[in-house]
Design a protein around this ligand. Structure first.
Ligand SMILES: [Zn+2]
Length: 375
């Protein structure tokens, strides 16, 4: 717990947790339809005449978190029927995208890759390209609004194809057509168990041929085979969640032993986009204290901390980090390592990643460390 308390600017001791909102953060795994403001859901539902499970924002927020607490991924995903229902018009999508950026910037996020599945926003007649355009316009407005508030944030889009459906080839092409217009990556999302990544082999081949970055949700609801498919069949640069890689780590009197797949991920520095609160909600981890993220970090995996769905988990990146500090004994150094790891594995080009690390992240953490010594 040596780093759990540090010194404030006035020389008084403040908790590490209180510093977290001000530290620069990098977010690689955040769903647009999992981060809608509850008040916005209420307002947009009113506009389109959608009946909600609760009428006011506070009750609705509670409903989202409680429903998402179901303990399995399938029930958890049902809450998205409500959020995607209010994201079918260009102006609504644009608003949700703008607010997401403003909210992340307010939480100290300096770079985010926000993902969504364009195919889930076509019910009111938008084309796939209309959806991407609306989100891009919203992100640009959000970046400008954050700048007016004195905050700098950069945002990229990751387009998801739904893994249980068959539009991945189209979505892969859509991603490539928009690679110069804010789309930085491709993902497959939705129910994992029973829907292998290899089903989308042709999309992944198209993307690999075009040297386009891919991340794949894997090792959340299904195990090692799914992670293996993500990194081999799908050629993923990152793994979405990947928490079940811990099943390939055993411990005996000689210490921890890694299986071949665990070695593969650790040796190749393939980052895991871990989402602690979300994993506890879906039953992929028992608690924050028992979440494999801490053990994986100590074992030297490329670990990053993410929100997944801020609305359904009632969370923010600051909250995820605070929980790790308070419930799993993480230090300021742990937070710096995962932040630098996230920045180093964004889908930005190399020089942009290291500009972020050298000019934004390292100086801020150095200042936070310095504060402690002024005590
Ligand atoms: Zn996710």
């Amino acid at each position: 717990m040596s780093d759990a308390r540090t010194a404030g600017d006035d020389g008084g001791v403040v908790s590490l947790a209180s510093l977290i909102p001000r530290l620069p953060k990098v977010l690689l795994h955040d769903h647009l339809d999992g981060g809608v403001r509850p008040a916005t859901v209420v307002e947009l539902a009113g506009e389109i005449g959608l009946e909600l499970p609760a009428d006011d924002a506070e009750q609705l927020e509670r409903w989202f978190v409680e429903s998402a607490d179901a303990g399995n991924l399938v029930d958890y995903l049902k809450t998205f029927d409500v959020t995607t229902a209010v994201m079918q018009r260009a102006d609504h999508l644009q608003r949700v995208a703008r607010e997401a950026v403003v909210d992340l910037a307010a939480d100290g996020v300096v770079y985010a890759e926000i993902r969504y599945a364009p195919e889930q926003h076509l019910r009111e007649g938008l084309s796939l390209q209309d959806v991407v355009d609306a989100v891009r316009a919203g992100f640009a407005e959000g970046v400008a609004e954050a700048a007016e508030q004195g905050r700098t944030i950069r945002v990229g889009q990751i387009l998801c194809a739904m893994r249980h459906l068959d539009r991945s080839d189209e979505i892969a092409r859509l991603a490539l057509e928009n690679r110069e217009a804010g789309v930085v990556g491709f993902d497959i999302a939705g129910p994992e168990d029973g829907f292998p990544a290899s089903k989308h082999a042709s999309a992944f081949a198209t993307l690999a041929d075009a040297n386009f970055p891919v991340t794949v949700h894997a090792g959340e609801a299904a195990g090692l085979e799914s992670i293996s498919e993500a990194v081999h069949a799908a050629m993923a640069c990152r793994v979405g969640h990947g928490v079940r890689i811990i099943d390939d780590v055993t411990a005996d009197e000689l210490g921890d032993r890694l299986g071949l797949l665990a070695h593969w991920l650790r040796d190749r520095r393939i980052p895991l986009e871990l989402c602690p609160s979300s994993n506890v909600q879906t039953g992929a981890a028992a608690s924050i204290a028992a979440h494999p993220i801490t053990r994986l970090r100590r074992l030297g995996f490329s670990v990053t901390v993410n929100t997944d769905n801020r609305l359904q988990s009632g969370t923010s990146l600051s909250r995820e980090m605070t929980r790790l500090v308070q419930e799993a004994d993480w230090s300021l150094q742990d937070l710096e390592v995962v932040t630098v790891t996230a920045a180093a594995h964004t889908f930005l080009h190399h020089e942009d990643r290291f500009q972020l690390i050298d000019q934004v992240i390292r100086p801020a953490f150095a200042a936070a460390r310095g504060g402690r010594h002024r005590a």
